[in-house]
Write a protein that binds this ligand. Sequence first.
Ligand SMILES: C[S@@+](CC[C@H](N)C(=O)[O-])C[C@H]1O[C@@H](n2cnc3c(N)ncnc32)[C@H](O)[C@@H]1O
Length: 285
Amino acid sequence: MKNRNPVMERPWFLVMSLACLVAAGLLIASFIRGGDKLQLCSLPNTKTQISNDYVPTAMQLQAILHYATSKVVPQQSVGEIKVSFNVLKNLAPCNFLVFGLGHDSFMWASFNPRGTTLFLEEDPKWVQTVLKNAPQLRAFTVNYRTHLREADRLLSSYRSESLCSPSTAVLRGNTGCRLALHNLPKEVYDKEWDLIMIDAPRGYFPEAPGRMAAIYSAAVMARNRKGSGVTHVFLHDVDRKVEKTFAEEFLCRKYLVKAVGRLWHFEIPSAANVSLSGQSGASFC
Ligand SMILES: C[S@@+](CC[C@H](N)C(=O)[O-])C[C@H]1O[C@@H](n2cnc3c(N)ncnc32)[C@H](O)[C@@H]1O
């Protein structure tokens, strides 16, 4: 009794075992043939869907984590942020230059997935503080040669300085024009910037650098564009006299396409594409 063969005693057990073996063989064969098309149930083919779908970048995932766990939010209002967000939605990946590091930096960088987003910051200590928590961001320190208290003088004197002239203006090495940011890192001059956000340097006390040089330099970059399309320039804090006056002088009312809250959006064509009829060669506008 003890040595009886259970398989021989129960033929259904043999049949079930063989059926399982055949099913397993078919399953493995379909794996080999079908690769990632294998569907084990009625769920959609998720692998194929993900590869066709949008894949978030590490920067975007970090930004979600950052803003979901932070009580500090960017200073621009939702309406203001949406102005550049809508442009980036169409242009990304692109080249995005941002004046100022702040609580909005992670957001700007993640709005430009797979593009180049570069920050220019006046305060080296603040660069260190921000990059310690967000080493993914790319930032350079900028030395400004101006102070807010000089804004009126700079505006009236630049016209008599040939090195500031719109017809010849360059930035790299231009020590003769105080409005020109002359010693930026090479990458800033070598790239053509599709969007420029000016939300720095600080311009709310007389000794602060003010945004005069950032506005002038953005205008020169935009005018010198060689590629197709316009340069989108966004300027924040246009409720302040210096921002408004310098924007009207260098970025031009006629290129202003949107105004939301304290933000102005300009679309500036390359000087090569602008007919000089009705425009003085001595004026940016
Ligand atoms: C006018 S603020 C604009 C800030 C930005 N829009 C934001 O949402 O954070 C720009 C400049 O303020 C300075 N700044 C901003 N936040 C700071 C902070 N928490 N501590 C020190 N400096 C700060 C930096 O020099 C920066 O370039």
